[in-house]
Design a protein around this ligand. Structure first.
Ligand SMILES: *Cc1c(COP(=O)(O)O)cnc(C)c1O
Length: 453
């Protein structure tokens, strides 16, 4: 004998049902009633006039949970690209994240001088630190490095020409193109040299009465090799200064410490650019520096003063949370001996291959036990620094690789986990580079593995 399904209950009776109490407590009356109303409407629209209350409440619970889940969530970045722009670049040290959260939760002395009781300067929390670390006369900070470049060019070169080497007219992901940025900033790009070779005389010949500054741009995410020539910063600075012009140097990645100390490839640091004669140096806060998204500007006092007086500065300024995080990160640089332990970006980039291999082996052993029919192995691979730093230099690393069929759907099911796992597919395997899976997170990673794969 088949049981007759119950007819559609009323919204009121669903709201009074004992199963609904937990939804009311969690999501509130308005949202819960709305979800139940939609479930009922969908049933009526589908002409399904019979359904038990519990099934309808379950559907409402699912839609409520989906509506309140956070869109932006922590993920496991096992792509092998450490400073992955699409995955939020540099992870912050916990104390920096805590300082940001504390600043955002309450009133702070953001622009208030506690000694005098008068209005203070937002930049005062980080400018002295930046000057101490880089040796610059003055410093300021804005929303990101793209904003820093726009602000510097708009201040120093609006309506005037800026010669840039054709080899440096780069596009960085996310629509940062040097020529476009230059024109939006109101400056006129004067291309000099060729893609592969630019000489001092190219700059000298480009300088005229309408020239406002010379500019050097870090080649970021590509490298020109072979028959190449570029003008060293010292020489460029000499040419600029002979014409009474400032030299702007956009470093992009902006490590504050020589990475060669840890066997990583050398990147020009702001200290070196300033010492070579650059007058204004710009770089990112969330690339090699290891801090929050920010654009740092260091250089000559008179130029920084003009930059700060530009009304655009107000539009591009940094909020108190990120300022708090940046201050904590900069202070870590005052104790360079422990930087690789305390700054996650640097810790991940300098992580020993043997240590990564140990993680990969632990993960692979558990995964193989968990998914006996799925081929699981451990393989050497190469990580990238990411964010345009040193595109041709790769770091020796170790991955768990998953073989077998249905790799795309396996990758999708890992992306659907509570803390999504992001790997990459290549050579008929799904690669999970374990460089960014630190021992402290292994338990969380394993606890959420799906039952089948
Ligand atoms: C990354 C980069 C930028 C843009 O910096 P954001 O902080 O992402 O805005 C600009 N110039 C260079 C050379 C870069 O590498």
């Amino acid at each position: 004998m088949t049981q007759e399904p119950s007819p559609l209950p009323s919204l009121d009776s669903l709201l009074r049902a004992p199963e609904t109490a937990v939804l009311l407590a969690r999501f509130g009356r308005t949202a819960t009633a709305e979800a139940l109303r939609r479930v009922l409407a969908a049933r009526r629209a589908a002409r399904q006039f019979h359904a038990p209350s519990a099934a309808l409440i379950d559907l409402a619970a699912d839609s409520l949970a989906a509506r309140f889940v956070h869109s932006q969530r922590p993920v496991f970045n096992l792509t092998g690209t450490v400073l992955h722009t699409n995955l939020g670049r540099s992870p912050l040290p916990p104390e920096a994240a805590a300082a940001a959260a504390a600043a955002m939760r309450s009133a702070t002395n953001l622009e208030y001088d506690l000694e005098t009781g008068r209005r203070g300067e937002r930049d005062s929390h980080i400018a002295p630190l930046l000057c101490e670390i880089t040796g610059a006369e003055a410093a300021t900070v804005v929303n990101n490095n793209a904003a820093a470049v726009v602000l510097v060019l708009n201040t120093l070169a609006a309506g005037k020409q800026v010669p840039v080497s054709r080899g440096e007219l780069i596009e960085i992901g996310g629509a940062f193109r040097v020529p476009d940025i230059m024109s939006r900033a109101g400056a006129i790009l004067k291309e000099v040299g060729t893609t592969n070779r630019t000489h001092p005389r190219d700059y000298e010949q480009a300088i005229g009465p309408d020239t406002a500054a010379l500019m050097r741009v870090h080649q970021a995410n590509y490298a020109i090799t072979g028959f190449t020539a570029s003008v060293p910063t010292e020489v460029l600075a000499r040419i600029a200064h002979a014409g009474d012009l400032p030299l702007i140097d956009d470093l992009g990645s902006g490590s504050l410490i020589d990475l060669a100390t840890w066997g990583l490839p050398h990147e020009t640091i702001p200290q070196e650019a300033l010492a070579a004669g650059a007058d204004v140096v710009t770089f990112s806060g969330d690339k090699l520096l290891g801090g929050p998204q920010a654009g740092l500007i260091v250089g000559r006092r008179d130029l920084i003063r003009r930059i700060n007086a530009n009304p655009l500065k107000r539009a591009l300024r940094l909020d108190k949370g990120r300022l708090a995080a940046l201050e904590v990160v900069l202070r870590l640089y005052l104790d360079p001996d422990r930087l690789t332990e305390r700054l996650p970006a640097l810790r991940l980039l300098t992580r020993a291959e043997a240590d990564i291999r140990a993680t990969a082996e632990r993960m692979a052993a558990v995964m193989q036990r968990h998914w006996p029919t799925r081929p699981v192995s451990v393989a050497s691979c190469r990580s990238q620094i990411g964010s345009g730093a040193m595109p041709v230099d790769l770091l020796a690393s170790v991955a768990v690789t998953l073989g077998g069929s249905g790799l795309e759907s396996l990758a999708a099911s890992l992306r659907a986990l509570p803390r999504p796992v992001i790997g990459r597919i290549g050579q008929d395997r799904l690669w999970l580079d374990c460089r960014c899976l630190e021992p402290a997170e292994e338990a969380e990673f394993l606890a959420q593995l799906p039952q089948t794969a």
